[in-house]
Write a protein that binds this ligand. Sequence first.
Ligand SMILES: [Zn+2]
Length: 96
Amino acid sequence: MQRMPNQQPFEAAERFFSKTEKRGDCYIWTAAATNGQGNFYFNGAGILAPRFAYILEHGFIPHWHSVVTLCGNLLCVNHEHLGIKERIANNKGGKK
Ligand SMILES: [Zn+2]
């Protein structure tokens, strides 16, 4: 138990996933939602549930990127169903 420099995110993750419900491959957000997207409170601030799920998995979201739901279910927070998209279109030709 020595190497746990940052325990808070783990607790938050547990709290986060306790608010979801598995439906097929999707983890559906069942708590508060704004504009169709889940809302999660972490460190006293609200964050969109898909963003939180993405950060949990990848550690960060690149600047000027939005987290998008690829499976078509806005309330899904399964990181495998989430991707990122540049907020500014037509700027770079690169596409993953
Ligand atoms: Zn999904």
